[in-house]
Design a protein around this ligand. Structure first.
Ligand SMILES: Cc1cc2nc3c(=O)[nH]c(=O)nc-3n(C[C@H](O)[C@H](O)[C@H](O)COP(=O)(O)OP(=O)(O)OC[C@H]3O[C@@H](n4cnc5c(N)ncnc54)[C@H](O)[C@@H]3O)c2cc1C
Length: 253
């Protein structure tokens, strides 16, 4: 891997949400452009070798710094080292951003209802989209659905409230729906594909999934993405290709 493809950026802050979840911000070089929903490639020197992983950007494209939301995989080559990150440390940042999980990919149906369905750190690209005024202008309904295993993994809840108050001021069609899969007392605790198949999610939100008006984005755990995609197809929704269709996905592994 050519090191010239990367710039060296400083860690400005680290926030720990749970033993296996944290966020950090980096300096943003002027050349680093991205659209909400895209990902960066971040590198870390481990025993003299550059280890690189994809990370969705949490920040808005207009922010001066870059924020990321990370899992800790105990024996993961990248995150078992990254978890010790401190303010002032340096990371490598690929100069280019990547990815197609952006709202610009949708042409038909025209924007009306946006469903953002995440598991875990798959929340990240949706936070970026919600910090873009364009998103709020385009969509009449925006549903952010965030599935985690335990309540302690429910990161960013206050930030979501702040973001929606600021960027979605005056917008009346936003719903935030947490799902806690290991808490039988949580309002919603089944896996996303089940909640779509039995229509519980739509009942909770008060809006139907509709091939003529829904843009549905899925991000995170590949099994969730695959099973949810199938549940949506059963409801007549189609994969978005060349601008047309309802479903767009990003698998994290
Ligand atoms: C396009 C894209 C965007 C991504 N954005 C993010 C992001 O914003 N935040 C983030 O934490 N990760 C993200 N990832 C995953 C990330 O690239 C790494 O896989 C993760 O940092 C773990 O790296 P690792 O070397 O420690 O473990 P790896 O060897 O990469 O992964 C080992 C195992 O850990 C599990 N795993 C990996 N990533 C996750 C995760 N995010 N949540 C739960 N389990 C996981 C899987 O079982 C995987 O097989 C993204 C991946 C892709 C492809």
């Amino acid at each position: 891997m050519s090191i010239e493809k990367f710039s060296v950026e400083k860690v400005l802050s680290v926030h720990r949400w749970a033993h296996n979840l944290f966020s950090f911000t980096l300096t943003r070089p002027a050349h680093f452009k991205f659209s909400a929903g895209q990902f960066a490639r971040i590198g870390l020197m481990v025993n003299g070798e550059l280890v690189v992983r994809a990370y969705s950007v949490v920040s808005s494209p207009f922010d001066e710094t870059l924020e990321f939301f990370s899992i800790v995989v105990p024996d993961g080559a990248f995150t078992s080292n990254l978890q010790h990150l401190k303010v002032g440390d340096e990371l490598y940042l690929d100069k280019v951003s990547y990815g197609y999980l952006t709202l610009a990919r949708y042409q038909l149906p025209v924007p009306q209802d946006l469903w953002l369905l995440a598991t875990g750190t798959g929340l990240a690209p949706f936070l970026s989209m919600l910090q873009d005024f364009e998103t709020w202008k385009k969509y009449q309904h925006i549903n952010l659905v965030y599935s985690v295993r335990t309540a302690s993994e429910l990161a960013y809840v206050e930030r979501i409230q702040e973001i929606t108050a600021l960027f979605g001021e005056g917008h009346t069609g936003f719903k935030f729906v947490p799902i806690i899969t290991r808490d039988p007392n949580a309002t919603l605790h089944d896996r996303l594909p089940i909640l779509i198949a039995n229509r519980e999610l739509e009942k909770t939100i008060g809006l139907s999934l509709n091939p003529a008006s829904s843009h549905v984005m899925l991000c995170g755990n590949p099994q969730m993405v695959e099973d949810t995609k199938e549940a949506l197809k059963q409801r007549g929704l189609t994969m978005n290709r060349r601008g047309e269709g309802n479903i767009a996905v990003e698998n994290y592994w």
